[in-house]
Ligand binder design. Sequence first.
Ligand code: GLA
Ligand code: ZN
Length: 677
Amino acid sequence: MRLPRTGKVPFGGDYNPEQWPEPVWQQDYRLFDRARIDLVTLGVFAWAQTQPAPDVYDFTLLDRIVDRATAEGRMICLATGTAAHPAWLARAHPEVTRTDFEGRRHRFGQRHNSCPSSPVFRRLATELARRVAARYAGNPSIVAWHVGNEYGGACYCDRCAAGFRDWLRLRYGTLDALNEAWYTTFWSHTFTGWDQIEPPSALTEHWRGPDHTAFQGITLDYLRFMSDAMLATFLDEKAAIRESSPDVPVTTNFMGMYRPIDYHRWAPHLDFASWDNYPPDDSSPSWMALTHDLMRGLKDGQPFWLMEQTPSHTACRDVNPLKRPGVLRLWSWQAVAHGADAVLFFQLRASRGASEKYHGAVIGHAGRSDTRVFREVAQLGAEFERLGAATLGARTPARVALLFDWDSWWALELSDGPSRLVRYQQLVLAYHRALWDAGVDVDVVAVTAELSRYDVVVAPALHLLKGDVAGRLAEVAGRGGSVLTTFLSGRVDENDNAFLMDVPGPLAELMGVRVDEWDARGPEFVNPVLLGSGADRVEVAGRLVFELVIPEGAETVGTYQADFYAGTPAVTRNAYGAGDGWYVATGLDQAGVSWVVRRVLDRHHLIGPYPDVPDLETAVRVAGDGTRLQFLLNHRAEPVEVTARAGAVDLLTGDRVEAGGPVTLAARGVLVLREDS
Ligand code: GLA
Ligand code: ZN
């Protein structure tokens, strides 16, 4: 477990000079100087140039690119270049392309399209990684290795089918165990030979799309297998790199909340995590906060790299909004506030042709520096230079954990019933948003994470329970912490089979409730929920799923207001040990979620300094020497003034801030306050 050694936050990004004649490189580097760009990610899609034919490795171009970056004194994040296989390879070995969910064998085209079970692909990708590493390992400018790119998708070919059967043999040992796990007595599915097992696809178990399966257990295992199969190709390349480069950290760029790949299963194999931040729309600060927290949680709170973000706009969406002035800076600092130790772009110079020619870049087609985007990039570059090493390695002192679980995500969204409208990301986002609004630092962690350091653990839709998670949650409450979970939790075991007990299964004792039945309604239907009592009462909306809860020790905190279950509990709190378990039985609106979350936080005095200033984000990082860095991020397009909680120095301006004194943040402004010790 290690991070690249850098003296400051690396600033730069994907750079593809192979697309340009060399005189343009000269122009690029002079512009990089002006923007303080000190890191370039090279060779991400260079396979066809580096290996133009089966037995020909030609490093002429990559040598020139790497030598130039080295001579220019830049740090290099060097890619193995295996994310897009060359045309000759697909032609010579059709097995390297994927077969899709509909069973169509693809031909050469696009990228991220190699079958992870193809021995030819694995051999040649590994060999390329080996040769790239051997050639450049001695270059001290290389601070990180970048394997592949944005692993994802799936393959359903015969080789993957065979790989799936091998994976199942390892997991279950016997067909009896597999039949039991998959519940195959249902619909006459008993398997009597391993070769009878098919990948779950449109040709086999799926009756609508990838989420509509007749056998959840089979589909769940295929998702796990595919995630592992791709991980195996990453590991091949990593091992090949290690033959000549024992110390330089290895990563691959993740995609945040990306459903097909279980990043928790991958994370231990990366030296450090990195990810590409392309939020779903242009007003998603809380979505980004959650995703940064998830990426930081992958490696036990160790800082991560922001490997890509656009300086201005994407090209792949139907509509590609432009980042408004100040947003690039604000979002970059937000990444740092949540644990990023590098801020990088896709990309440094815009492509001239093909699908990304309109994707934003630091340097556009005209090669100018007198553009708004370039100026903003350069200003940010100057800030990172001024900041130096202050944030590197600093940790987030979170006392709140939010559990995020790919298995639960998959199981929930593969499920027939109670409702297809419940989306895992949306639910997690609502709870994280409530924490974010309250200004509390949150670690977003796997269900296997060590929970002893947290006062509060929030587990929205913990649908699938595996390992000893229920026991460990009970321990959190037992020693005085609070655990919050929601409807559709504690439903199934790790094979997606229902627990033979009351819902919420092994969580029932901690929650002090049993769910007797449940109702699901369309998005337009609201059952009002009355929360609290006396002057404190507030009515919020419940939607989508309504569990009918019978308290078994828990007190009722909120009640449904309509239908035949009017007056029955919708939110409960159960005293458990020295702490408590909170159960939210319906899809509360954001106001409702926030009301509950603030109650929970209040009990532990965890509400942040400015919970009532909308869109003012706060985050803390603590450096190795104990220095506290407080980040203030104003996501509004107008200024805001608050009162400083501690004496501090703003690291971006050098200005002093006095405790109790006023602090003004410009529209979309950022302060990085080093608090007095
Ligand atoms: C991804 C890829 C890049 C590029 C960008 C464009 O993150 O890794 O190669 O395609 O998207 O947004
Ligand atoms: Zn395949």
